[in-house]
Design a binder for this molecule. Structure first.
Ligand SMILES: Cc1cc2nc3c(=O)[nH]c(=O)nc-3n(C[C@H](O)[C@H](O)[C@H](O)COP(=O)(O)O)c2cc1C
Ligand SMILES: CC(C)CC(=O)C(=O)O
Length: 366
């Protein structure tokens, strides 16, 4: 096998190892995948103005997120069904992520229970919450996550219904028999199979069970159920971010679900300035969707984000080599970040500021 030297190489290597249906589920965006592509392109378009003649022999990319010290401003985004990539699924991922001191965000749709993930972890965990029509299920998930030691929630607000992921429809995506929605098993909802043979079973499952009537009142209700911090994941507008803070959100995750929901929706990086401005430093702003290079972290922080969340590349590492594959993906990413910091003249994250951002030539002339 060719050596993987960046995260894109891991995607190619993972594709060779996975079934068409599983790879399609991980890789796909909604519709024409316009937003999926725009996410990566938005990061790529921004150019940086590196600062010279700064002593960068000592470099420290560490930071604090919700009161917890982390070695770099990167968390692993919540993603469902890790066992499609590797038999050890989320357990391998969480060992790799927390082993490097990073925060793992466990998905409601994990193929290991949140309790088993917590038992395998050696560090900080957050729990991603989907709100079910049956509020008792949602309440029970909150209780279980608290009891298992998770320290914050990310409430996902961008899935009132699932986006149309056409790869899944074409492949009639089903979870294999040995992959279960483990957290939902106690409520008799562990299987994602069946439905129409022209649809994705994930679509059928979410249509049946997820609460499409989610509103700001639901955010209040979730907050009333827990004393833990609740971040809102899936915010794409400054006014929604400000409103979220009014409703007690303790963090904003700028996300379009990796281009899997509204196709033609804005890329996350292009709306980051608007959201940073609306938040005014009151809570941390995280960004995901399209982060593929260490230098993207510098770009996000220069615009005012506190951290990024890494999505699909972690699954590619898992598919290629289980825990070791995830460790290697994270190490590569960290090396890229370290290199970018040094070359920008930033010995630490405090040195990253808006002055690093190059204005476009057209703006120069106007
Ligand atoms: C295979 C897959 C499964 C996902 N499952 C969830 C999920 O269960 N809950 C959630 O809030 N977001 C989910 N997401 C969205 C991610 O949390 C994140 O927003 C996205 O992957 C970031 O984009 P990127 O993959 O381009 O880095 C999923 C994404 C992928 C690719
Ligand atoms: C089954 C889905 C709801 C999981 C998810 O969030 C996704 O596939 O993007």
């Amino acid at each position: 096998m060719r050596v993987c030297v960046n995260l894109a190489d891991y995607e190619q290597a993972a594709k060779l190892r996975m079934t068409k249906s599983a790879f399609g589920y991980y890789a796909a965006g909604a519709g024409d995948e316009l937003t999926l592509r725009a996410n990566v392109e938005a990061f790529q378009r921004l150019r940086l103005r590196p600062r010279m003649l700064v002593d960068v022999t000592q470099r420290d990319p560490s930071t604090t997120l919700l009161g917890h010290r982390v070695p770099m401003p990167v968390t692993v985004a919540p993603m469902g069904f890790h066992r499609l990539a590797h038999p050890e699924g989320e357990l391998a991922t969480v060992r790799a992520v927390t082993g490097q001191g990073l925060i793992f965000v466990a998905s409601t749709m994990a193929t290991s229970t949140l309790e088993a993930i917590a038992a395998a972890a050696t560090g900080r965990l957050w729990f991603q919450l989907y709100c079910f029509r049956d509020r008792e299920i949602t309440r029970s998930l909150i209780r279980r996550a608290e009891a298992a030691g998770y320290s914050a929630f990310q409430l996902t607000v961008d899935v009132p219904v699932l986006g149309r992921r056409e790869a899944d429809i074409r492949n009639n995506f089903q979870l294999p028999e040995d992959c279960r929605v483990a957290n939902l098993e106690p409520y008799g909802l562990g299987s994602i199979r069946g439905g129409s043979d022209r649809e994705s079973s994930a679509q059928e499952y979410t249509d049946r069970l997820f609460d499409a009537s989610l509103t700001w009142e639901t955010v209040d209700w979730i907050r009333s159920q827990t004393r833990l911090p609740v971040m809102l994941k899936g915010i794409l507008r400054g006014d929604d971010a400000a409103r979220g803070i009014d409703h007690g959100a303790t963090g904003i995750v700028v996300s379009n679900h990796g281009g899997r929901q509204l196709d033609s929706g804005v890329s996350t990086f292009e709306v980051l300035p608007e959201i940073v401005q609306a938040v005014r430093g009151r809570v941390p702003v995280l960004i995901d969707s399209g982060v593929r290079r260490g230098v993207d972290v510098v770009k996000a922080l220069a615009v005012g984000a506190s951290a990024v969340q890494l999505g699909r590349p972690v699954l590619w590492g898992l598919a290629v080599d289980g825990q070791a594959g995830v460790e290697r993906v994270l190490s590569l990413f960290r090396m890229e970040l370290d290199n970018a910091l040094a070359l920008c003249g930033c010995p630490n994250l405090a040195a990253i500021g808006p002055d690093l951002i190059a204005r476009r030539f057209a703006e120069f002339l106007s």
